[in-house]
Design a protein around this ligand. Structure first.
Ligand code: BG6
Length: 476
């Protein structure tokens, strides 16, 4: 539907941007912090590790001041579990606790609402070593106890918590470490129960605080109009999206997926008390990350296995994406010939964002918050009249199109709370270094040369400033 007139963004709309602790803080062994699993994962050749990040741990005041200059009303960041609990459990680290008090206070001093992710890819390595991380039910209690500390400390001054960032990407990406699908879905189940218990605890300890899951969600298109491809799209939607949201919102696994798991003998073991925990919990809103829509094609088991094997043999990026997106015998994620992509091969589909927003709203009837969306590419720093400039018109174009999609979805009737793209400032990509930049604020460092890590305003900084300050009225 095209509207003659789009509704304005609501007055309370949150404008900001996002980050995650291990990708930006640096100070990876400072003030008592210990390693997390992302610190110890192998770093692809040619890319930096996360040790120094962009030094946000020391420069958060400067970064938050720049965000305030842009007119942010929201900043999404994550708390580092191993900074709060260096042993993963037990005695909290006072310096770690204090650090996030300082960050939150600094946000408030600038009129910025902190949106706090509790867990963003940074399980303490010691828990991985101790009992295999999420493979063990022990991890449920340790996560809940970690959350208890965060709710006690920060609950009185935070309005929005997010439980787990992109559980679906972790479950699908890192499944291999759990020794096959049965272990993979068992570990995922532990995470779902931990999340449910954390949401209940949050409501008990901080009745006015809102809490939400934060998966990576995207609409799935069938690759053709064939009924089989349509079924494949429904299956892929269950595995990629609904497995993580139906469980969080309704306390139920999606039926077709569950029945397929049972048929394959790979369903997780669910204790009676787990069902109770899942049913008891309900998020107050849904946060989600969006980077382009998905597309599915029906494949039989034989073809699915062949596709995965070929992609693995080819190595590199194809294997990376195919390994993530293909599940033999269920459905295969295929590239959509109609979807544009960035130079790094990530999708650009603003209409898909509108579709995703509508599907989420229709299914779950909960307010929605976009916690990631963005254009990760190389930027060029140039000096003009002695001034640093980054002419990132491609990023402006990307963000503008997605913000228009948000406004269309609002006009459609979707309850959208805010837009928090990735990322506030340049930080280290999960697997492609610092040269793949997403930020509105440029950080002057290279893969292996830290330089001064000076902060510079990109063209998108000034553009987004107009967007924030006009509450989305000025997108020009
Ligand atoms: C999301 C993650 O998957 O996408 C972020 O939550 C991540 O942590 C972002 O950085 C962009 O992906 P990448 O791989 O380019 O860093």
């Amino acid at each position: 539907m095209d509207f003659k007139q789009l509704k304005p963004f609501p007055e309370s709309f949150l404008w900001g941007a996002s980050s995650s602790a291990y990708q930006c803080e640096g100070a990876y062994l400072e003030d008592g912090r210990t390693l997390c699993v992302s610190d110890t994962a192998p770093v692809p050749e040619g890319y930096t590790d996360f040790n120094d990040g962009v030094d946000h741990y020391h420069r958060f005041r400067e970064d938050i001041a720049l965000m305030a200059e842009m007119g942010f009303t929201e900043f999404r960041f994550s708390i580092s579990w191993p900074r709060i609990l260096p042993q993963g459990k037990g005695e909290p680290n006072p310096l770690g606790i204090q650090h996030y008090h300082d960050v939150i206070d600094e946000c408030h001093a600038h009129g910025i609402e902190p949106v706090v992710t509790l867990y963003h890819f940074d399980l303490p390595q010691c828990l991985q070593d101790l009992y295999g991380g999420w493979a063990s039910r022990e991890c449920i209690d340790d996560f809940v106890e970690y959350c208890r500390i965060c709710f006690r400390e920060y609950g009185p001054k935070v309005k929005y918590f997010l439980t787990i960032n992109e559980q679906n990407m972790m479950a699908l990406f890192q499944g291999a470490q759990y020794g096959g699908p049965k272990g993979q879905w068992q570990a995922n189940h532990h995470m779902l129960v931990a999340q449910a218990k954390a949401m209940v605890l949050c409501h008990e300890m901080c009745p006015d605080v809102w809490i939400a899951p934060a998966p990576n969600i995207t609409a799935i298109y069938p690759a053709s109009s064939s009924p089989e491809d349509n079924l494949a799209a429904m299956d892929w939607d269950q595995l990629r999206n609904r497995l993580f949201l139906d469980t969080a919102v309704f306390g139920e696994y999606p039926e077709a997926l569950w029945n397929w798991w049972v048929d394959q003998g790979i369903e997780p073991e669910v204790l009676d008390e787990d069902w109770v925990a899942l049913k008891e919990a309900k998020p107050d809103f849904i946060a989600f990350n969006y980077y382009g829509a998905g597309c599915a094609r029906y494949v039989d088991v034989e073809e699915g296995e062949r596709v995965v094997a070929e992609a693995k043999a080819a190595g590199g990026r194809i294997a990376f994406m195919t390994g993530l997106m293909t599940y033999p015998g269920l459905a295969a994620n295929v590239s959509n010939p109609l979807q544009k992509t960035t130079s790094y091969g990530m999708g650009i589909d603003p209409v898909g964002l509108r579709v995703t927003l509508r599907q989420l709203w229709e299914r779950y009837q909960l307010p929605l918050l976009i916690t990631e969306n963005g254009c990760g590419v190389r930027d060029e720093l140039v000096w003009e009249d002695g001034q640093p400039r980054i002419h990132d018109d491609y990023r402006i174009d990307y963000l503008r199109q997605h913000i228009i999609a948000c406004q269309q979805a609002i006009t459609d009737g979707v309850d959208l709370m805010g837009y928090s793209p990735w990322s506030a400032f340049d930080l280290i990509s999960t697997h492609e270094g610092i040269t793949k930049r997403y930020g509105l604020i440029y950080v002057d460092r290279d893969e292996f040369d830290l330089k001064e890590m000076a902060r510079y305003r990109k063209d998108s900084f000034y553009w987004y400033q107009r967007v924030c300050k006009s509450n989305g009225a000025d997108l020009g």
